[in-house]
Design a protein. Structure first.
Lengths: 120, 190, 663
């Protein structure tokens, strides 16, 4: 049975490359945190960047998002889903952050608000 | 619908289902992002999560993703026994992952840091636990698939199922990358 | 021992209030009638083979509509009970319902009408029409189709089960908002029934979304590019995309509420760090796309109807498609307008207010295109066209009300008043329901082989339209006066009562409209020979479904048609390509399967067991469903072949019968 020609170069080499890259990206992220190379916002950005990089690696090498049969539909639906995921996560963080801020549940928040308003 | 078209259609349907699963996970990620500071006076993520343990879990899952890829290469080369062996290896690695995760859960619960302790812990257990449930489902599926492979060989019918299984397994590893990053690595931001 | 066997279920859960006794009695009577009827006529085998285990989307679609119609009856009863309470419960009178019972009724009314009536009717129409419109013989996955239907039924059963076991339904509004929906304030089984009924039927909806998306993308007839698809198929595609984008959010959010209730977690509680506002945020992330899922198909239906009855190509096809896509995308970007008043601040409110107002633009584009389609057309004013005109008026009215609500400043006045209630009912009745009524009239001959009586159809339309205005205009006024929604009692000094009473009269008129529809059905069945649709094309239609006989054979098309243009059938008629095929081919059809019912049955069992915390039953239900799925996965013989010779026989017999029937 010839299945080989259906797949986009799904060879041992491509799986091995994907695997090696993923290990490298994982260890890099781990090292960034344990060796305290970066902190705060920059660390968040770097970690997310490394995660996204590994996502792309795995989508390409493991999930064969570049293959000819069905590849376009896969990519299109994946990009739409990615956008939805961003809306759900970022949207929630943005909205809930604002709601929590307005709750003024932390001590001194009311004071800060009044000071900020000044002309209130 | 001929067999080739049917296989294409089934693959497309499964991919779309995976996308909806991603959206379900995004809700859990959103909850974790919003609630992870709501510790209600209890211990924080930085205090509770062991990074080395998480790294080991990550590497196990990564290797299992690789072995499942090797299994699919064997399937497409029509090498049934080799495919069985690699799927077997994937299964064992997946089971090992679950054991480590259950151990972590058990330790947390025994210390009084179960999901009922705070919103933060509810979010943690649900996010990581849902992923774990997916792994468990994948293992169950893998066992059934291996039985089917043994009984029916590598017909188109079986191969298309195995393709979906391996897709599922890779997808779970991808979700774990973000879990590892957001829950474990980012617990040490400060 | 009793705890292990029965969980939290006790004798006290059995019916002992007037409405639970009444409800149980009604349900068992109807069930008994059906069972006795089927047994006496020896119809069980036929029912099982022809309908219950079928994978034919035409039959599954009819079953969806039948179940939805039955649930419509329940939903209208709930509406009537609400209205009578609100019309009479003034000043010293407390009406006839307790506050708690009233809350359960408006909760049930909302859930039933949205999930089981509107969704059911729409998915039913999609099942019947879409495969025919794209020249396909079935959906991409016939198995998922029957499974999705039976999960829908399981959810419908579960939402009615409290009549028999438990005696109370959820009373926290149709979306069960925490903290009211949490254990602390809703300790009974009501919210749990809500949870599992929606979870199970929601899974069915999700499967349907996947199925329709892939069917439309991958199973169109040769030559039918995306830009040659009929508008109803386009809007089905858009609705399916929205289902796929939003239902996972509903699934997970309700699961988290369940986790709070069942395991004592703290996602949305008021203590231990929980945040009820997160639930509101998440549930509306699903909730807003949901309402567009409900109205988009109607836009498609009206596009078909206007171009058919105006005997003209749809004007501005491309802009219609783009408008549908724009509405689909925007639907996912506006959800915060449901909670402007929750306090996210001016910045956030402004962004979502603007995005909400943007939806007015594609809506207006659609209306313009319909009007331009009618311009200089040879219009036949059939009852579907009547529904279209009523829809345009109500769409404009409800849309403008929506535009007003989209402004956060105005919304602070109008949020959760009757103004909001009037707005969304205008959209659901005036847009979604009128579209469904029009579509059902339009496609009725295709399904049954005879048209509906036009006289009664027009009477029903006028009653619905007049009833709607009489019922909801008072609500717009009351809302502007500040009347809060969901009021079970109010002071006489508010001056609300005359408006509530007027609204009740309106409901009565709408009920007459529903009665007229039943009359229409009865009269049509009696006259079905006279009203017979012999040619299969009673309206001189433009799309492929009209190229098949009425009703179509189980395989839809003997030969898969070749499409050369938009309005595929019109093109075939214009170029004389409508004729008997010269050779026939083997046809592959999906076999029946009982596994849809079995899996849904196990899910129903598990859902019931989860409500009552009966652990062994939960395990049994889940395990049973899983085993069925595994059994299915071993089945290699899910299709059967209809040999070319047999197809030829069937086709020749059908054509001969048609020739005889024609005068």
């Amino acid at each position: 049975m010839e299945h080989a020609e259906h797949k986009q170069q799904a060879t041992l080499k491509s799986y091995a490359i994907g695997f090696a890259l993923s290990i490298a990206l994982t260890l890099a992220a781990y090292g960034l945190v344990t060796e305290r190379v970066l902190v705060g916002g920059t660390l968040v950005a770097a970690l997310l960047g490394l995660a996204v990089a590994q996502l792309v690696v795995q989508m390409w090498f493991f999930l064969h998002i570049g293959e000819e049969t069905g590849g376009r539909l896969k990519l299109a639906t994946f990009l739409v889903t990615l956008m939805l995921v961003l809306i759900v996560v970022a949207g929630s963080i943005w909205i809930m952050g604002h709601l929590n801020y307005q709750m003024m549940s932390s001590p001194g928040a009311m004071q800060k608000y009044i000071e900020g308003q000044q002309a209130f | 619908m001929n067999a080739e078209h049917a296989r294409e259609v089934a693959a497309a349907e499964f991919w779309v289902y995976l996308m909806t699963d991603l959206i379900m996970f995004s809700v859990l990620f959103a909850c974790y992002a919003v609630l992870h500071t709501a510790t209600y006076g209890g211990p924080t993520a930085a205090e509770l999560f062991s990074l080395p343990n998480a790294l080991v879990e990550t590497l196990i899952l990564l290797v299992s993703s690789f072995t499942s890829g090797l299994a699919m290469l064997a399937v497409h080369a029509n090498k049934k026994d080799r495919a069985m062996a690699w799927f077997g290896a994937t299964f064992i690695l997946g089971a090992a992952f679950l054991v480590l995760e259950l151990k972590e859960f058990h330790e947390l619960i025994v210390d009084g840091n179960g999901p009922q302790r705070s919103a933060f812990l509810s979010a943690f257990f649900s996010l990581v636990g849902t992923h774990g449930l997916h792994i468990f489902t994948g293992l169950l599926w893998m066992a059934v698939a291996m039985v089917q492979m043994k009984k029916k060989g590598l017909s188109t019918f079986i191969v298309s199922k195995l393709e979906r299984l391996s897709l599922f397994w890779h997808f779970l590893d991808i979700v774990w990358i973000f879990l590892f990053t957001v829950v474990y690595l980012m617990s040490r931001i400060a | 021992m009793g705890r292990i066997l029965f969980g939290n279920l006790t004798w006290a859960a059995l019916p002992h209030e007037w409405f639970t006794v009444g409800g149980t009695f009604a349900l068992t009577t109807v069930l008994a009638f059906i069972v006795i009827f089927l047994t006496r006529r020896k119809l069980w085998k036929k029912l099982w083979k022809g309908w219950l285990t079928t994978t034919d989307p035409k039959r599954i679609g009819i079953m969806y509509i039948v179940v939805a119609a039955a649930m419509f009856f329940r939903g209208i009863m709930d509406a009537a009970m609400i209205w009578i309470q609100q019309a009479t419960s003034v000043g010293s009178s407390q009406g006839y319902l307790t506050a708690k019972h009233f809350q359960e009724i408006f909760t049930a009314h909302g859930d039933i009408m949205v999930f089981f009536v509107t969704m059911g009717l729409i998915v039913g129409l999609m099942n019947i029409v879409v495969p025919l419109q794209i020249g396909a013989r079935d959906l991409a996955s016939p198995f998922l189709n029957t499974l999705g239907f039976w999960l829908f039924v399981a959810g419908a059963i579960l939402i009615n089960m409290f009549f028999v076991f438990g005696g109370e339904f959820a009373s926290a509004g149709w979306l069960s908002l925490p903290p009211l929906a949490e254990n602390a304030f809703s300790p009974g089984t009501g919210v749990d029934y809500w949870l599992w009924s929606l979870q199970i039927s929601g899974l069915g909806s999700l499967l349907g979304g996947i199925n329709f998306l892939i069917t439309i993308l991958k199973m169109r007839a040769p030559g039918m590019t995306l830009w040659r698809m009929p508008m109803f198929t386009w809007t089905t595609l858009c609705s399916s995309a929205l289902i796929l984008a939003s239902f996972p959010v509903l699934t997970m959010t309700t699961l988290l509420l369940w986790a709070d209730r069942y395991f004592g977690m703290h996602f949305f509680t008021t203590d231990f760090g929980g945040n009820p506002m997160m639930y509101v945020n998440l549930i509306w992330m699903w909730g807003h796309p949901e309402v567009y899922i409900l109205v988009l198909p109607s836009f498609g239906i009206f596009s078909e109807i206007v171009s058919t009855f105006a005997r003209k190509r749809l004007y501005g096809y491309s802009s219609m498609v783009l408008a549908a896509m724009a509405i689909t995308v925007l639907a996912g970007l506006v959800w915060l307008h449901h909670f402007f008043t929750m306090g996210a601040g001016a910045d956030v409110n402004a962004v979502f207010g603007l995005s909400t107002m943007l939806i007015a633009i594609p809506s207006a584009v659609q209306i313009l295109n319909w009007a331009l389609t009618m311009w200089k057309g040879k219009i036949r004013f059939t009852s579907p066209m009547y529904y279209f005109l009523g829809f345009v008026a109500l769409f404009a009215l409800g849309g403008m009300a929506g535009l007003l609500l989209a402004s956060p400043a105005a919304d602070y006045q109008l949020h959760n008043t009757l103004f909001l209630v009037a707005h969304f009912h205008t959209m659901i009745v005036g847009v979604a329901l009128f579209g469904i009524f029009a579509g059902m009239t339009y496609w009725f001959p295709k399904v049954t082989g005879f048209t509906l009586d036009e006289k009664w159809g027009k009477r029903a339309f006028w009653l619905w339209l007049a009833g709607f205005y009489v019922a909801f205009t008072p609500l717009y006024i009351l809302g502007s006066m500040g009347a809060q929604r969901r009021l079970d009692h109010y002071a006489a000094s508010t001056g609300y009562q005359p408006f509530y009473i007027t609204a009740s009269i309106g409901l009565g008129i709408m009920l007459l409209g529903a009665a007229a529809q039943i009359m229409q059905l009865a009269v049509s069945i009696r006259n079905k020979k006279k009203l017979a649709d012999v040619s299969g094309d009673p309206w001189d239609g433009r799309t492929l479904e009209w190229s098949t006989p009425s009703p179509p054979p189980f395989y839809n098309f003997a030969i898969v048609p070749e499409v050369r243009d938009r309005d595929a059938f019109w093109e075939m008629k214009e170029h004389g390509r409508v004729k008997e095929p010269e050779t026939y081919q083997d046809i592959h059809m999906p076999a029946n399967t009982p596994l849809g019912i079995y899996i849904a049955g196990f899910s129903l069992l598990a859902g019931f067991a989860l409500v009552w915390h009966i652990t062994w039953m939960i395990v049994l239900g889940l395990a049973g469903a899983v085993v069925c799925v595994i059994v299915r996965s071993f089945d290699e013989h899910t299709e059967y072949v209809v040999p070319a010779k047999r197809v030829e026989e069937l086709e020749k017999a059908r054509i001969a019968a048609q020739a005889q029937a024609r005068p």
